[in-house]
Design a protein around this ligand. Sequence first.
Ligand code: ATP
Ligand code: MG
Length: 561
Amino acid sequence: MSHDENAGNESPSNFIRDIVRDDLESGRVGAPITRFPPEPNGYLHIGHAKSICLNFGLAREFGGRCNLRYDDTNPAREEQEYIDSIQQDVRWLGFDWGEHLYYASDYFEQLYEWAEHLIGEGLAYVDDLSAEEMREYRGTLTEPGKNSPHRDRSVEENLDLFRKMRSGTFKEGEKVLRAKIDMASGNINLRDPALYRIIHAPHPRTGDEWCIYPNYDFAHGQSDAIEGVTHSVCTLEFADHRPLYEWFIENLPVPAEPKQYEFSRLNLTHTVLSKRALVQLVDEGHVSGWDDPRMPTISGLRRRGYPAEAIREFCARVGVTKQDNVIEMALLEFCVRELLNARAPRRMAVLNPLKVVIENYPEGKTEELQAVNNPGDETAGTRAVPFSRELYIERDDFMEDPPKKFFRLAPGREVRLRYAFFVTCTDVIKNDAGDVVELRCTYDPETRGGNAPDGRKVKATIHWVSAEHAISAEIRQYEPLFNEEEPRIGGSLADALNPDSLKVLTDCQLEPSLADAEAGEPVQFERLGYFCLDRDSDGDNHIFNRVVALRDSWAKIKAKG
Ligand code: ATP
Ligand code: MG
């Protein structure tokens, strides 16, 4: 996809939006009610952001509402920490569910009654087959399944057994409640799917009240119906579940008839968007936690310094279709870079410092020079940057024996120090090993502000900081977490990981105004990239994350690979 497609368009059209609009025009629904239904078994990732932007975006655009509903039907994997993080992340992305915060567990009693209703109608039965036997009986894509020997239990026996399941008579796996549909159906989801299983584990919200829990399929559509959801939007892997979704809605006395629509999930190169794999990265210690700035989680991207607005713009550009595809990580970075280029204040920072002494500048003197905060935005104003006799410049901005196309500092050459003066390199000081450790320069006081009154030109402008005034910082530079474009997860994650995904630079020298930087507010280090204070910082221990480099480095990576 070209980077300019849908540019500046907050909610580009898509087939689901068209369906909603048609439903409003035809009067099938009043206002659209959507929902975002995370299972609290991990932190949200950028794939979820796509779903959040779609569901909350539709509600906002068409004057409806979007519920936040936890699909908390499997206590074995769910935790309060995840419940809390999900709300924080959705809010941070810029969306609000208002009063409409729900939990599938709120409906456990109603769902249970509906299960008894199905039993009463002869549409559900308690089965004794083990999980393995059930798999054998299920058949395959090409062969029909077989009926369970327990399929024809009487309504009374089924009710009795189901009530005993609820009261805790049985062990996990001993019994399940199944829908009685069709073991020969071409759709395996309709081959008597399990509705309730026994799990003897405390639930984060209902505690020990239940030891049977509804499956996703039995909980989801009915929860939609209870909440009056009009458009139940989910990812394509649920398309084969839609007939089951509709079977429940038809066969139960539900208060509304929600409809399910599917779109293709977001896949992104060089990372994984599956909670299962992300849990593994955290549990095995490959990353520092869910919010490690290399993680594709919302909390990781936030900590790294990605603005919520850039993530929303990315989701808008990716669009909503039914085509399976993999989006380039470069597009996400492009959205971040584009926004930060417009918004981020400019600062000067030297990541790999080389000391410069200005020999004709008075010792002990400091003067303040005015630096522009954002050349693209006059209202951002200017700030004062201190200048003194000893400075740091970037080691890469000097070469003792420069090749033809190197225009920056070299012996005998004059360059401009940004916002300051023209300086000329007069001497190079080396240590015993022959490494350059310091430069001696002279400056031209007539060039204050960066222009020579005699009109002479220099070929390069470099950034600098005053040694005495600079603050020292650690900089964390990130590369993709995985080397492969589409890492195959399953075997050892460690083998797929990029061992160089984190590079730490210490003793970087930053202009003093950066002592007041705030986490979550990225700045541009001129000529280097966008950086953001990390929350590990503390007092004089300044730590910055590189949000994104100034230019797209993916083309280069590709050429190398
Ligand atoms: P994962 O596979 O990462 O565990 P999930 O689908 O199990 O994700 P849920 O908590 O069930 O996670 O997802 C909540 C909602 O987010 C669902 O409606 C799901 O379809 C949607 N969603 C999950 N992953 C993506 C994705 N990569 N792209 C778009 N939507 C997604
Ligand atoms: Mg899920």
